[in-house]
Design a protein around this ligand. Sequence first.
Ligand code: AGP
Length: 610
Amino acid sequence: MCGIVGYVGHSNATGIIIEGLKKLEYRGYDSSGIALCTKEKELIVRKKKGRIANLEELIGDENLYGNLGIGHTRWATHGAPSDVNAHPHTDASGRIAVVHNGIIENYQILREELENEHGIQFKSESDTEVIAQLIGLYYDGDLEEAVFKATERMRGAYGIGVICVNEPDRMVAVRKDSPLIVGLGKGCNFIASDIPALLKHVRQIYLIENNEMVVLNANEVKIYNGDRQPVSREVFNVNWEDEAAEKGGYDHFMLKEIHEQPQVIKDTLAGRIDENGEIAIDSIHMSKEEIESFNRIYIVACGTAYHAGLVGKFAIEKLAGVGVEVDVASEFRYRDPFIDEKTLFIAISQSGETLDTLAALREAKAKGARIMSIVNVVGSSVARESDDVLYTWAGPEIAVASTKAYTTQLICMYLLGLYMGRKKGVIADDVYRRYVDELEAAPDRIREILKGEKHIETLARKLYRRNNVFFIGRGYDAAVSYEASLKLKEISYINSFATAAGELKHGTIALIEQDTLVIAIATQQRLFEKMLSNIQEVKTRGAYVLGIAKADSTEMDQQAEDVIYIPQCMDEVSPLLSIVPLQILAYYIAKLRGCDIDKPKNLAKSVTVE
Ligand code: AGP
């Protein structure tokens, strides 16, 4: 959580940092702030509770100027969102300013030591102030040295940017378990938590590794490892367009990203199916023998990525003929799962920085599992710590609610199942070809669904005042129900609940009453009649049913009050299609309820705390 940006160069840092923060607001948005060093060796700090717009309002016409600065947008952990808890935090002397993304786990012990033994008075409740005070305590004319000494005392996760008025030409940054990149400009250099913050200025970046420290001035960037030895780093060239991180005429990033799905699915498939229709995945290096040796596969992820894993389980079990367990990452690492060298661990993560997922990955790695990941952000921690990576080429996903990342994760799950099954020789040729054809047809079919956006908006007008919504489905449709329910609740704040349709009668049905909205996903031919029975069960208790069905399912018309049809497709790949109208429905319901769609309350895009 939280986003940091820093600039050192010859221009005024103020606008550059604020623009960069706006691109990182998805990481947290309960307060923001900026610190600048002036040539006159003055430290200017401005910070404000609320959105970055509030910070801009605070600055107003003030002509803030400095060639060195750091900024922060916060997702609160220690200390409520407030002006005083906002970053940057400064040391007792007011010479040093720090921005921080992460959590200092031993902050309480350090704080007591600083207060009791050094008489330092704290201004805020934030764990980050401990960092600023520690650096201030150790500062003896060399910022690099002081930061190093402070980090030796700190436990937890941190990406930090530090400036000091006595050294108005340089910045120090450190990364431990929180993302940090360096942008390489001409006569200027940058730090940031993520690429979109820097796209306007640079295309060349360094990906900073764990425990590394960076010292930057306008012309030079030096990277040191944890033993303070200089390290060289390859330049990473970013090929995203600046517009990829802009709204491009849409009201919200979420809607734009929903509409991008046909293209990004195409991009994710591109190069992975060769001209003969064979799966060719360069980034996975597993022999037939290795694949055959796996006796256990875990898919581990959080939130939407976990829901993609639920579909992945079906796909891999069916296509590769091996049992798969799917786990929520925060549970997996503490349940002492059985793992050995015959285990394949698959992490799914859009950001590649989700701490729960990363910690589960490390646990599995330490016990000898082979680590594979499905990740969107290139060079992210999950990707770097994996043996094999299958990237989702979804481009930057800015809206907190995940949409295009989910559908490209599904594509990767199918590709992986086909890859493993093909290598093992357990998929019949005709079945294999059919899957490949179906995956390749998905972009056009999603385009068809997007043409029905107006109809879905009309339905949203009918339904947006509901306070409770239930999603039901069976098989693949149950997996989609969980994702559709999460989408609706996280952006509209409607209490929504998903359950396997067959489970309804074991408890949840007690909540169904006159006019309760039940969204029934029924795309699986072999389970269709069972779904119709479940629909009958809720209708008998007064439910208002919205059905999601394939184009030829005319029975649905007779059962449900409203129906959204999706194009014909093979049952096994229907999640790629059935989620799309439900993303759109969630979007319009949230819009009609006046919600802040791209930045829902209490959430952040990248969850780098436990
Ligand atoms: C869903 O819309 C959320 N953005 C959230 O559930 C997300 O999928 C989860 O936090 C995992 O994030 P990751 O994919 O970046 O690891």
